[in-house]
Design a protein around this ligand. Structure first.
Ligand SMILES: Nc1ncnc2c1ncn2[C@@H]1O[C@H](COP(=O)(O)OP(=O)(O)OP(=O)(O)O)[C@@H](O)[C@H]1O
Ligand SMILES: [Mg+2]
Length: 365
């Protein structure tokens, strides 16, 4: 539906600052009805990408097309103005109009739009969209008298009312407190699924990305690091950057010995994937804290079992975080619920690294 090819955007330097390549040769494809998230740290080019797609920023190179229609192309010098791209947008500060009531806020994009609408049609459309976002009961309420969550829903309604081909959302939940953010996450997911609307979402919050998206594109410094389903991004990160940025992880450096065995500082570790690895080659293994098992020191050995000692334990409510020492190596583990409460600081234990959760990372990142 949305195709981005070779997109490059450089912000020119000034006397005091160097030029910044905000996006470098980015390729991206968002399918019809898909919810795709751009995830990455501050300054990696997420907003710039969105603004280029919306036509608010002019890229230097590349091509952007929506539904087969070329919206931007440097080679054919095409640049369709923002209001002719049929895109709905919600930004971080959602800028609803305080001097208008709920109904008028949503009706506004239709009133200024190209196609003039009859009054009954407009009324019908606005009320339908207000019902979708759960504001149907309070059309006459002034926008300033809405709660944060209601303002956010109003911003969604305004984006949806033009029946966009594509919805662009730039950290739309970031202004809200943690509880509200969580509940609106569910609503947003439901809304998107029910409306089947193609969505390009931006966040630097990995939980948000993992829970909402059909696919996630992880960006770093204007480059695409990995694109895939949330499960694969989390369980099969391709490089150190993705493994570290999306969730917490332990890295173990080692040398590949062949037969899916890596020699590391804690000993020989059997790993799940060895694609592209040659014998004798250095490599990094990523194992997530919640995948590591701690067992009694007397428990029978399974594959990938090592002797260790609990250094520190931290109760974090939903789970128990442990720091474990194996030889000279410090490992972080996380046990949920009652299982996590078994061990105390200084206790000798055994540490099990499940083979299928020991992922070798490529060196390209
Ligand atoms: N108008 C501008 N002029 C110069 N540099 C800019 C401009 N807009 C963005 N940049 C730079 O381009 C890079 C990408 O910025 P962008 O706003 O796209 O990041 P982001 O991923 O959205 O970050 P955040 O998560 O903080 O919102 C940054 O280094 C930023 O400083
Ligand atoms: Mg941004």
């Amino acid at each position: 539906m949305l195709t981005v090819t070779g997109l490059t955007k450089v912000f020119k330097g000034t006397k005091r600052s160097a030029a910044v390549t905000a996006i470098g040769e980015l390729d991206l494809e968002v399918n019809q009805g898909e919810f795709l998230t751009l995830l990455g740290p501050s300054g990696c080019g997420k907003t710039t990408t969105l603004r280029c797609v919306a036509g608010l920023e002019r890229a230097d190179k590349g091509e952007i097309s929506i539904g087969g229609r070329v919206m931007f192309s440097d080679s054919s010098r095409t640049n369709v103005p923002p209001n002719q791209r049929n895109i709905g947008m919600v930004f971080q500060s959602y800028a609803i109009w305080p001097h208008m009531n709920v109904f008028e806020n949503v009706a506004f994009p239709l009133r200024v739009g190209k196609k003039s609408m009859s009054k009954p049609d407009l009324q019908e459309r606005v009320h339908r969209v207000l019902d979708i976002v759960g504001l149907g009961e309070i059309p006459a309420r002034y926008a300033t008298n809405l709660s944060g969550g209601q303002q956010q829903r109003l911003a969604f309604a305004r984006a949806l009312v033009i029946e966009p081909d594509l919805l662009l959302l730039d950290e739309p939940l970031s202004n809200l407190d943690a509880k509200l953010r969580e509940s609106l996450r569910f609503e947003l997911k439901r809304l998107q699924r029910e409306q089947g609307i193609t969505t390009l979402y931006v966040t630097h919050d990995q939980t948000e990305a993992l829970s909402l998206s059909n696919r996630i594109a992880v960006l770093s410094a204007g480059k695409l690091m990995q694109i895939g389903k949330p499960f694969d991004i989390y369980l099969k990160p391709e490089g150190k950057f993705v493994a570290d940025f999306v969730g917490n992880t332990n890295f173990l450096e080692g040398n590949y010995l062949g037969h899916a065995i890596v020699d590391t500082a804690i000993g020989k570790l059997q790993v799940s994937s060895t694609e592209g690895l040659r014998e004798g080659q250095p490599c990094t293994i990523s194992v997530r804290p919640e995948h590591i098992e701690l067992v009694e020191a007397t428990a029978p050995d399974q594959p990938n079992t090592f002797h260790g000692e609990i250094e520190t334990r931290l109760f974090i409510g939903e789970a128990m975080d442990y720091q474990v020492i194996i030889g000279d190596t410090r490992i972080r583990t996380k046990g949920a619920g009652a299982i996590g409460d078994r061990f105390s600081s200084g206790q000798a234990i055994k540490v099990v690294f499940p083979v299928e959760r020991c992922v070798t990372l490529s060196f390209k990142q």
